[in-house]
Ligand binder design. Structure first.
Ligand code: SAH
Ligand code: SF4
Length: 356
């Protein structure tokens, strides 16, 4: 809000069509939208007065009615393996996490879509915190800008290439804002990130997966499964009571056939819980015929959950059973563990670019 009590618009919240509409309302053509986006995303001009090629009247309108919603870095931790973790503060004081992970010559940024999460997965630090609020599209986009700035400044030889929506929150619970952010990230005149380099991870909101297919959302999809029977899955993922595994896998088949895309399935391995031979066989049968890839992620222990990560021999056995069903899988190396302490979500749980 400004000093007269008016709500200002965060420029990072606006998709290109929304900016074009705003400018049309002020009497400016699409050309000016391109000019502004060039400043905002290509040059990353952080302040409206620095957009000096704009006409003075347009600059004044922008200054009076809009702003650039930057995120403040509250804390920055660096892991021995090069993983960078940022605790970022939003305008209302909420805190979110953004993680930057190096892979050879590039970075992957793991970004948040909500402050907290309403889904309540028992092993997840964010789920244990509960839900505070959805992020706006601009708050999602600003994390990527923050990460890109950091990469350019501190590791010019390593560019930001991949984005995973695997930070705090459930992206499909915040569908509209997440999709607007994806439009801005993938727009050639926006952040121009190839859709194939972006992966959205969902706990499995079946109707929203179908909607992504209908709307031809171009990015990669990862579905967090963790259980291959309804009983096992519901014990770990409370929201699974809403949609049975049959309904979820039907939605995945629908997505797969409409988008003609491989789906990634995430499986957090918990010793004695979901790392059994029975679960591995059930998973192999469940995903039969789907173009699927399973990412096996050893549990990162969190405060309010007593489970432990599976042993290596058990992980290998699980993987071997999946292979019997021709189901490819990858065990995700755990990174940034030394800066994870006390917060289960601050870790590497990523579909790395190797499989994307
Ligand atoms: N809400 C989305 C995306 C954020 S969570 C989802 O659930 O998919 C991203 C991934 O991290 C999910 O697969 C989730 O199950 C996993 N995860 C969360 N807490 C974890 C933990 N303590 N150990 C291992 N994986 C975890
Ligand atoms: Fe939410 Fe994902 Fe954590 Fe489950 S695992 S509580 S859906 S952030």
């Amino acid at each position: 809000m400004d000093h007269t009590g008016q709500w200002l618009t965060n420029l990072y919240d606006l998709s290109r069509p929304a900016l074009i509409r705003l400018l049309a309302h002020w009497g400016y053509s699409e050309y000016y939208a391109d000019l502004i986006w060039d400043y905002v995303y290509r040059q990353d001009t952080g302040d409206i007065p620095d957009m000096d090629a704009l006409r003075p009247e347009l600059m004044m309108m922008l200054q009076e009615q809009t702003y650039l919603g930057h995120l403040q870095c509250e804390r920055h931790l660096q892991s021995r393996d090069g993983t960078q973790k940022f605790l970022l503060r939003l305008a209302d004081g909420q805190m979110i996490e953004t993680v930057l992970m190096p892979y050879r010559d590039r970075y992957t940024a793991c970004i948040s879509t909500q402050a907290g999460c309403a889904m309540g997965c028992v092993f997840c630090a964010t789920g244990q915190m509960g839900f505070d609020r959805h992020l706006s599209a601009g708050e999602i986009v600003a994390q990527v800008l923050f990460a890109r700035r950091f990469a350019e400044k501190n590791a010019p030889k390593r560019s930001l290439r991949n984005i995973v929506l695997m930070g705090m929150g459930e992206p499909l619970h915040n569908y509209e804002q997440t999709m607007t952010a994806i439009d801005i990230l993938t727009d050639d005149r926006g952040l121009a990130i190839g859709p194939r380099y972006i992966t959205l991870s969902t706990v499995g909101l079946a109707p929203a997966i179908r909607r992504m297919a209908d709307e031809k959302c171009p990015i990669n999809l990862a579905v967090s499964l963790h259980g291959a029977t309804d009983a096992e899955r519901r014990a770990l993922v409370p929201v699974a009571r809403r949609w049975s595994l049959d309904e979820l896998i039907d939605a995945c088949r629908y997505y797969s056939s409409h988008r003609n895309r491989r789906i990634f399935f995430e499986w957090t391995l918990i010793a004695g819980e979901n790392d059994t031979e029975e679960q591995a066989h059930a998973l192999g049968q469940l995903l039969h015929g789907l173009d699927a890839h399973v990412n096996l992620i050893p549990l990162n222990p969190t405060g309010a959950y007593s489970g432990r990560a599976s042993r290596r021999s058990q992980i290998d056995r699980f993987k071997a059973i999946l292979a019997e069903y021709d189901l490819p899988s990858t065990v995700r190396q755990r990174r940034g563990l030394d800066i994870d302490a006390g917060c289960g979500q601050l870790r590497q749980r990523v579909l790395s670019a190797e499989t994307v």
